[in-house]
Design a protein around this ligand. Structure first.
Ligand code: S3P
Length: 166
């Protein structure tokens, strides 16, 4: 089966939905952030603080291009679509799912989260700007868009399973 790639903004539910999909479909599960942490030997926050975002993006692209093309669910970091090279890689895949949650849902979900260096609750304007900037990039890259606001993880996973190419 063609691999399923999940894309979308931080807090849109990619991690939980990928877990549900991997269980329902009995597929291996990957998470680009987790692979980056393994490769770098430090946390995402540490990579941003010590090496900078640019270095993080180099690792992210390297990891994305090493992900399996079949029989897997791959959850990706929210900024993966920032690079044209990454968008091209994803556009060659059949099942790229954009989990689209609205901005207020996302900020509510992440209000106590301190693991996302690019998301500051003190600067909502900057976060919303980033969200709006990325929205068209998620849309142009995805083959399937799913509304992820106010739905259970199980419902979202079922909708993806119905709509994807086998
Ligand atoms: C980022 C999203 C994060 C992580 C890093 C940068 C982004 O992943 O890759 O903090 O630029 O949106 P999640 O989307 O899994 O939170």
């Amino acid at each position: 089966m063609e691999a399923i790639y999940l894309i979308g903004f931080m807090g849109s539910g990619k991690t939980t939905v990928s877990q549900e999909l991997s269980e329902k479909l009995e597929l291996a599960i990957f998470d680009t952030d987790r692979e980056i942490v393994k490769l770098a030997g430090k946390s995402i926050n540490q990579i941003f603080a010590l090496d900078g975002e640019e270095k993080f993006r180099v690792l992210e692209s390297e990891v994305l291009h090493s992900m399996p093309l079949t029989d897997a669910v791959v959850s990706t970091g929210g900024g993966i679509i920032g690079s044209e090279k990454n968008r091209l890689f994803l556009k060659e895949r059949m099942n790229v799912v954009f989990l689209n949650a609205d901005f207020s849902t996302i900020m509510e979900r992440l209000k106590d989260d301190d693991t996302r260096p690019l998301l500051s609750q003190d600067n909502l304007e900057a976060a919303e700007k980033l969200y709006n900037l990325r929205l068209p990039l998620y849309r142009e890259t995805a083959t399937i868009e799913v509304d992820a606001s106010g739905k259970s993880v199980s419902l979202i996973a079922n909708e993806i399973i119905q709509r994807m190419k086998k």
